[in-house]
Write a protein that binds this ligand. Structure first.
Ligand code: NZQ
Ligand code: ZN
Length: 384
């Protein structure tokens, strides 16, 4: 096991009726900015619950944060927050709203152009405190310190993170997710699945605890994930998925093990260029990445085949190939297509994506830093 220091300071309030807790989490004299997306929280009653809980607080609102949140939109919120002397941010929505709010939190006190936090890795020295009410289980953003922001003008989708950006609290009420459209529920299951895989399916480490946690999450997603499509109003199903997606990327399973974020990095370029949903990009890239990297990941792929898919017969290569097919079938079963051609992207797209990866210096990806642009090209070609 590798060395690590672990601390996750986000307090999680999980379950029905927990939105009321925001009142006690936010200082009574705070000037609060509620941030949200395109309006789903108005339609499903989440915003009303938040406003009722905060009826004794000073509250302003900023809506319109888009999926894959953009610097351009977020800077409008920064301007408003500076003018109104906002000192607490409350994100209400999915990963995009929560990520966008992390950027706003870091940008408000930042001197200079906040985009440099992403483009030049400029240091975040302070951040406005923030909490969130999650409405889409997928990213784990509600209790991690990372965010992914897009600059529309230049087609850059870049990630950043800082310990100051851990949300102070996260409210996870599964009932807020009943209104999710099928495709977003499915995206969330795929995203959580791939988060686990990228911290699990690497080179073999002596990481028995992390492996068993990861396998528990993967099996849960395979067993319970399809039920969000057929039983969208089932509290038990929704709560299982919400807690699983949180655990997939709240930092715990990734301690002491190598990571491989190549699927995500290649996926971000697909979103930046073609506007695909984050979950769709992962479903396209992961099966091909597993195939191209099967020698490097052999031991873990065999473990994955046996423990997740019960595959014990056949040669090593046959077992691995079958596990990869099962993975692809699972994504397809969730209704998420796994080929570039399913989204109208052909060979010309492969070259464009590889150029973007080079432009963003994503030239040594994977746990072994051996996913070069040539290897990414091979992965994408296999995904056509
Ligand atoms: O904007 P509204 O109207 O709220 O609608 C949203 C949006 O259209 C809708 N939605 C959310 N909750 C709903 C709902 N509709 C009905 N009922 C509800 N309860 O769903 C749509 C997608 O929302 P979005 O927030 O974009 O989805 P998601 O949570 O999948 O977030 C994706 C973003 O997170 C980043 C991705 O790159 C992408 O930009 N990620 C962030 C990570 C992190 N911070 O750790 C890790 C992830 O790997 C990921 O990269
Ligand atoms: Zn993700």
């Amino acid at each position: 096991m590798l060395n690590f220091s672990y601390h996750n300071p986000t307090r999680v309030h999980f379950g029905k009726g927990q939105i009321a807790r925001v009142a006690e989490e936010i200082p009574a004299d705070a000037r609060v900015l509620i941030t949200y997306g395109g309006g789903s929280i108005k339609k499903n009653g989440t915003l009303d619950q938040v406003l009722e809980a905060l009826n004794e607080h000073t509250v302003l609102e900023f809506g319109g944060i888009e999926p894959n949140p953009t610097y351009e939109t977020l800077m409008q919120a920064v301007e408003l927050a500076r003018k109104e002397k906002i000192d607490f941010l409350l994100a209400v929505g999915g990963g995009s709203v929560i990520d966008g709010t992390k950027f706003i939190a870091a940008a408000i006190p930042f001197e200079g152009d906040p985009w440099t936090i992403l483009s030049e890795r400029a240091k975040v020295k302070s951040a406005v405190p923030a909490g969130n009410v999650l409405t889409l289980p997928a990213t784990g953003s509600e209790s991690n310190a990372g965010a992914v922001i897009t600059k529309k003008a230049t087609l850059d989708k870049l990630a950043f993170g800082h310990p100051l950006l851990y949300p102070q609290f996260a409210v996870l009420d599964p009932e807020t997710t009943y209104s999710l459209p099928e495709n977003q529920s499915a995206n969330g299951v795929v995203d959580a699945f791939v988060h686990v895989i990228e911290q699990y399916l690497t080179c073999r480490e002596n990481s028995h605890v992390q492996d068993r946690y990861a396998e528990g999450l993967l099996l849960t997603l395979i067993e319970e994930g399809p039920k969000v499509l057929t039983q969208p109003q089932d509290y038990d199903v929704r709560s299982t998925i919400m807690w699983t997606a949180n655990q997939a990327l709240n930092g715990l399973i990734g301690q002491g093990v190598p990571h491989d974020w190549a699927t995500h990095m290649i996926g971000h370029e697909l979103t930046a260029l073609y506007g695909l949903d984050h979950g769709q990009t992962l479903a396209i890239v992961l099966p091909s990445l597993m195939a191209v990297m099967k020698e490097q990941k052999k031991a873990k792929l065999l473990q994955y085949a046996e423990r997740i898919w019960n595959i014990t017969a056949g040669s090593e290569d046959e077992r691995i190939e079958l596990a990869i097919s099962k993975t692809r079938e699972f994504f397809e079963q969730m209704g998420i297509k796994t080929r570039l051609s399913d989204y109208g992207i052909g060979e010309e797209g492969v070259a464009k994506i590889v150029d973007q990866l080079k432009r963003h210096n994503m030239v040594k990806l994977g746990e072994g830093r051996d996913i070069t642009p040539e290897v990414s090209e091979e992965i994408l070609t296999r995904s056509l």
